[in-house]
Ligand binder design. Structure first.
Ligand code: IPD
Length: 274
């Protein structure tokens, strides 16, 4: 079916409304106590009841507001129509709680991440910190914002002076490889941060609270909204060897830092290993 998608601004308004309610649910459920509902890829890759409840809530809200759209969520996969439904079709991409381990431990670095994709391109996204209420938004071509303030990434040009955020997968073999990469990278940067929520890491890079970010193994729901926020704040967002950012590698760095960071990561085979 050929449809005309709404303007990114309209999709963002829906995303923000839905994400705020979702974050409120996650906050309330955390206050009431949290426990592990299940594990996924490994024994440390947990799902809480809140991950599931928040995802259901967002799916229901999107189906009510935009019944023809597809939804991809971290916990339940695809919902609604099988796909975005041809040209102009919208697909929502949701991480109900990014930073689930932080959420479990009561660390204030976890977020609801919701993006709208049209014809395979993310055009609007919101990331809302469940604990602090900080909210980052972006529309394609419309800039990145936090709580009304336009965001610009770091102007750092020296990798040696750069604070670089990253994250680890849940698979022990992958983590061992990622640790080897860090051991070789850390002498060449100011320092490394592992904060525990990829969507928030990308938003922090968008406002220069870290200079750059990279990680292997991100899923679409980790990257969609935060990647748009980062790109709209002036970061170059890509993978290794000219590939787009994706599961093999996401690098988000100010233009002057992208090549030197990319060169180090390529030398270290950062997208290799399990
Ligand atoms: C994880 C977090 C973490 C990153 C992992 C992700 P989850 O998402 O974003 O920072 O290093 O790659 O899987 O499991 O908390 O939704």
């Amino acid at each position: 079916m050929d449809r005309t998608a709404p303007a990114p601004r309209e999709l963002l308004e829906i995303a923000v409304e839905v994400a705020r309610d979702a974050a409120a649910t996650a906050y309330r459920m955390r206050a009431e106590g949290v426990s592990v509902a299940a594990t996924k890829s490994t024994a440390t890759d947990v799902v809480t009841a809140a991950d599931r409840a928040v995802e259901r809530q967002v799916m229901d809200a999107l189906h009510r507001l935009r019944p023809a759209d597809a939804v991809l969520g971290e916990e339940y996969g695809a919902g609604g129509p099988a796909g975005p439904g041809g040209p102009g079709g919208v697909r929502w991409i949701l991480d109900p709680i990014d930073g689930t381990v932080n959420y479990l431990y009561g660390l204030p670095h976890c977020a609801v991440s919701l993006a709208a994709e049209v014809d395979g391109q993310v055009v609007a996204g919101v990331v809302r910190n469940v604990s602090t209420g900080e909210e980052w938004t972006a529309t394609l071509g419309g800039g990145a914002w936090r709580d009304g303030e336009r965001l610009r990434c770091s102007t750092e040009t020296d990798l040696g002076q750069s604070l670089v955020a990253t994250g680890f997968g849940y698979d022990p073999g992958r983590r061992a490889h990622q640790a080897r990469v860090i051991a070789e990278l850390i002498p060449h940067v100011r320092d490394i941060r592992r904060l525990g929520a990829a969507a928030l890491d990308l938003c922090l890079a968008a406002e220069g609270r870290v200079d750059a970010y990279y990680e292997k193994g991100l899923a679409a729901w980790d990257l969609a909204a935060g990647g748009l926020v980062a790109g709209e704040a002036g970061l170059r967002v890509g993978g290794l060897g000219g590939l787009p950012a994706g599961p093999d590698m996401v690098i988000a760095a100010p233009p002057a830092l992208f090549e030197p960071l990319h060169a180090r990561l390529a030398d270290l085979d950062a997208s290799g290993g399990p």
